[in-house]
Design a protein around this ligand. Structure first.
Ligand code: NAP
Length: 244
């Protein structure tokens, strides 16, 4: 006999942080296409998205306020995709402690806040899906990005620990580390000269193209699905084969 999920698929509400741009935007669009009700959280309001909420993920009170409004309107949140992120390019010796803390704050503490804030909904539902967007740089290391790589590596570790802790409650926790995805963050890094030549990067990428935000969204949609209930604590690289 098939086991019925405690929450019907139709009633699932998802929250995507960083949902106003790049990968988060594509994830929100894809989950909506899949029939989820999706609210986004980002630093800036979106005039085009009626379900966009403004919050800085580093500020717990802002996260709690946004989530309370989302719950009031859309019900309990049982899918969370953490895509909000901030990069940084500096020689290690030039990274001030303030720079270090800022990058760790957004990329790691932001994930802590949103997960802790939505977990009660998932525990009550005995069903949940958390997907953390980390980075392929956590696999390879990346010069001039020590703070960013440290934060993203910690996100992978957090993912594994929470998978063990919350698996018995029907909640899966996975990470998707993107590599070389065509977003405003990547193009900004290119413009500033931190990325090198995009064409040379493509030539070094086994599938010979730049990644699209939709590539990451597809992986997130799968990990957020019922079919992925036996997949947890995994780091699913989506990088065109740049890291294996
Ligand atoms: P993006 O286009 O810059 O999107 C990131 C979004 O997060 C932006 O809308 C940004 O707002 C928002 N954000 C930043 N700080 C925030 C905060 N404190 N609170 C709430 N929202 C905040 O970048 P992306 O490339 O799509 O990145 C998405 C995720 O993928 C990030 O975690 C990034 O580290 C990761 N990633 C991307 C790549 C890639 O190749 N693109 C590779 C590895 C990992 P503002 O624009 O207003 O700052």
């Amino acid at each position: 006999m098939a086991v019925q999920p405690a929450v019907s698929t139709a009633s699932r509400t998802a929250v995507v942080t960083g949902g106003g741009s790049g990968i988060g935007l594509a994830v929100a669009q894809r989950l909506r296409t899949d029939g989820r009700t999706v609210a986004t959280i980002d630093l800036k309001p979106s005039s085009q998205d009626d379900l966009s909420y403004t919050a800085d993920v580093t500020d717990r009170s802002q996260v709690d306020t946004a989530l309370a409004a989302i719950r009031d309107r859309l019900g309990p949140v049982t899918i969370l995709v953490n895509a909000a992120g901030l990069d940084g390019f500096q020689r290690f010796g030039n990274i001030t402690f303030k720079d270090w803390c800022k990058v760790i704050d957004v990329n790691l503490h932001g994930v802590f806040h949103t997960i802790q804030a939505v977990l009660p909904d998932m525990v009550a539902a005995q069903w949940g899906r958390i997907v953390n967007i980390s980075s392929s740089s956590a696999h390879s290391g990346q010069p001039f990005m020590a703070h960013y790589v440290a934060a993203k590596s910690a996100v992978n570790g957090l993912t594994k620990s929470l998978a063990l802790e919350y698996g018995p409650k029907g909640i899966t926790v996975n990470a998707v580390p993107p590599g070389f995805i065509d977003t405003p963050m990547l193009r900004n890094a290119e413009t500033q000269g931190f990325l090198g030549d995009v064409e040379q990067n493509i030539a070094r990428t086994p599938v010979r193209r730049i990644g699209k935000p939709e590539d990451i969204a597809a992986a997130c949609a799968f990990l957020a699905s019922d079919e992925a209930s036996y997949i947890t604590g995994q780091i699913l690289g989506v990088n065109g084969g740049r890291n294996t």
